[in-house]
Every structure is written in C-alpha cells, then in structure tokens.
Design a protein around this ligand. Sequence first.
Ligand code: SF4
Length: 396
Amino acid sequence: MICTGCSCLCDDVEIAEGKILNACERGYRHISKYMENRAKPAVEGKEVDLDRAIEAAIEMLKSAKNPAIYGLDTSTIEAQKTAVKIAKKLNCYIDDNSSFCLGEFVEAILRKELPSSTLEDVRDKAYVIVYWGTNPYHSLPRHLSRYSYYPRGAKRQRGYDEDRYLVVIDIRKTEIAKLAKKNAKFIKVENDLELVDSFMKALDGKAGKYDVAGILREMKKADFNVVFGGLGLKYGLRGNFKAFIELLRNINKFAPLYFIPSGFHANMRGFNETLFEAVNAVNSYSFSSASSSPEFAFTELLKREKIDTALIVGTDPIASLPYEASSKLPKIKKIVVDPRKTLTSRIAEVVIPSAFSGIESGGEMVRSDGVRIKLKPIASSEFDDVYVLKRILEGL
Ligand code: SF4
C-alpha cells in the first residue's frame, strides 16, 4: 500500500499476516489506528444519518454570505478538484495549510523560477544534500533512509559517508544536524538572509558572515546537488523569496543545484497543483475577486472576521492555527468533513464523517517532489471525501 502518513507517500508499505511492514512509527500509527476516534454524522451536536448531515451542509452553504473552503491536504486530487468546483459555484474563498507552510516554494517551482527534481533522482545522483530549516526526523521520518542521505544510488555507490555531502542549516542542533560529522557541515543559522548573502559573496570569492565557500566547492564536484527547504527557511527569509530564488539561480551558473520542498501533509502539493491548474494560484484564492492574495489566507479571513461559514475538510484548525485566528472559529458556522473526531468537529454545526484517503479510499496524491502517486487502499468505504463533496456540489 501507499502510506499517506506524510508527503513521502512511501510505496513499499505492506500488510502481511496482520502486520504492517516497512512503515516508520508515524506511518504505523497512521495505518494501525485508523478505526479509532471516528467521526459520526451530526447536526448541531445531535447524531443524524449521513444524508441529513449532507443536506444540512448544503443548506448552510446556500445561505452563507461569505463562505470559505479550507483544508484538503490529506484529500485526494479528485476531492480537491471537486472542492475547487464548489468554491467556484459559491464564488467564495479557498485555501489550505500551504498558505502558512510551503506554498510559495511550490508556486516558484510551478512557475519554473526554482529548478526542481524528483526524490528518485536525489537517491541516484545527489552528492551535496542540504536540509535548510527542516527536520525530517520528526516530519518525514523515512526521507533520509529512502530517498536522500543513506541509500546507495545508481551514481552514488560508495555509501553515505563517502558519496554524500550532508549540509544541515538550522537554528538549533536538531537530530539530523547531529549526523553532520564526516563529509558534512552543520550551520547554526541566526539570520537566513545573512546566510543567503554569505553564499552570494562566496560565489564572488568574498567572505561573508558564514563560511560557506567549502560547500560551494563540494557542489562543484558533482552534477547533481539538492536543497530540501522547510518552514525554518520560509520564515527565515522573512518574505524575501526573491533573494533565495536569485541565490539558486546564481549557484546554478556555478554548479547544478535543485530545490525540493520539505513539507509534511500527504497531499499539500497536490492542493497547490490542483488550484494552480484551475486558476493559476496555489492557495489563498478568492473566486469573487478572481485573484489570490495573502489577505485571502484562511487565517487572515478569520482574524479579520471576513467569513461567516467555513467548509473544513480533513484538518483541525482549532488545534493547528494560532489562537488569534482559531479563537474566531466559534463565531462562524462550520461544516467539518473528517474521518476523525477533532477539536474543530466538537464545535462544528455540521459534522460529516469521511474515509481515510489511502487506507479506505483510492485516488491520486502528489508527493512533495511533484510525482503523482496512485493510492492502493486496504479497506473500502464509498463515503469518502469525493462522495461527500460531489453530493454537496450537486446540492448547490
Ligand atoms: S515516512 Fe511518511 S509515508 Fe513513509 S511510512 Fe513514514 S509516515 Fe508513512
């Protein structure tokens, strides 16, 4: 099966004689506990049948003045496409977690401003591997063992301590930073923009605040190097993505360097690509304004009290959004579509249970590097996100 526990979407997980094989601990928990804490259809806190819950959601969306759709990062492409159709029909906002995660990086890749590649190419060819502001030890547990540092690849046969050069850039000595010993470098960064500047200076043969000339020399030795960028990089750049894009462009004149986002939700990149195909924007989109803007991010809409109703799919904003935004959720009407009971579903006016994508329902997701993966569910449920969202779309 394909594990949908994170955006690695590992395709080697097997179920044999009741045992889950090859999954990491996160994946094991994701798969083995999928029947626990399941949501039940409910309207205003009272359990109802599924049809009644869907009808109540349709009525609520029809009477909403300013609705928004939010989440969908654990839903399949098919469900995401249906949600975009609902947003179009309602002429409303649509957004996902990537607006405060790695959406800008994915957008730069889709607009061909950042050169990118696949995890298979990383495994086969990558020499210098940079983890910048990300700690896959927690978020993408098998990233290093399946795709990047540890495996022997077609052109990297001599093992990680000879045939890979690991660079970890972070504000603290994380678990993966502790691996940076032989043929490796750890940079404890205080200011990411100063580090960008140090790389630019080193390309001109000048010294900057950080000593990075040795990393560039290592990159020059290979025909494939990669940067995995995470949230630490995003926030470290303080909105100055152009400086990072410019840096990669300049390094690529000197040595080949690719960028792959290091995000966590199984199909966050799928959401970005689905919306991009439909409206040329990756998130924070308003159909009524026919544009995308940081103002249309779900957190901003909540903070500024711009919406009265939200259709929330497969995410728990009460648990995950900052208090400034989540504290506004009780003031609006909420329809939650989720396999599990969540903090948000506890206060939702309508709860619609759904199947776990990848475990109980099939479809397609997009891995963090943009490779499309067909899911192979181990159980079946006809009441998945696609079913629920299509019913809502038809009812509108
Ligand atoms: S690394 Fe991610 S996709 Fe792979 S088994 Fe672990 S949780 Fe599942």
